[in-house]
Design a protein around this ligand. Structure first.
Ligand code: SF4
Length: 186
């Protein structure tokens, strides 16, 4: 069933890629694609060592008045908590996640993923960037979390930290075993 679903997802990916480039693409369609992708990744029931997980964040998450350069250098964040970059970094520390990268767009997201070569990516972005990133990524599972834009697009955006932590808890391997469902381990 999972193989079938994966094949279906691959089949619709070019359509989603095309839709994500259309200015008026329906956010509902893209969100459906992201949700379906996330359910498929979860259905595989694989868990990953936290060090093999990369979290990608969009630079629009950063508080616009913050003068610190965090794009490509998330460790510079002082965690003042005026934006959720500090909160995600705290979660990453709590769960011992391998890396957090703040990226300026699809190209730098792909570069960050190539550099880190993670086993799993948890990506925060708008529907458009997430769906094209998921459709574009081969081999590495991506869990997508849509950010919200209370201040208009691409400015002081926000993300639900509980959703980020839930994604981590769903996919992180605790206890040092590689929990493959086939091996009957949890
Ligand atoms: S949490 Fe980090 S990135 Fe956000 S405003 Fe504070 S220092 Fe800047």
């Amino acid at each position: 069933m999972i193989r079938l679903a994966r094949a279906g997802q691959r089949f619709v990916s070019p359509l989603v890629l095309a839709a994500s480039h259309m200015r008026k693409a329906s956010g509902g369609i893209l969100r459906f694609y992201i949700d379906r992708n996330n359910r498929m990744v979860a259905a595989e029931a694989k868990r990953y060592p936290p060090k093999d997980i990369l979290i990608l964040l969009p630079h629009c998450l950063q508080y616009s008045e913050c003068g610190i350069r965090v794009t490509g250098a998330a460790a510079n964040c002082r965690r003042c908590m005026r934006c959720k970059i500090g909160g995600v970094l705290a979660l990453a520390d709590k769960h011992d996640v391998g890396g957090v990268r703040v990226v300026s767009g699809g190209t730098s997201a792909r570069q960050a993923a190539a550099d880190a070569n993670p086993a799993l990516i948890i990506a925060v972005a708008c529907e458009r960037d997430l769906s094209s990133g998921i459709a574009d990524t081969r081999g590495t599972p991506v869990v997508g979390i849509v950010n919200v834009c209370p201040n208009g697009p691409c400015r002081n955006t926000d993300v639900d930290l509980a959703a980020v932590e839930a994604a981590l808890e769903t996919h992180i391997l605790n206890g040092g075993f590689l929990c493959e469902p086939d091996a009957g381990q949890q």
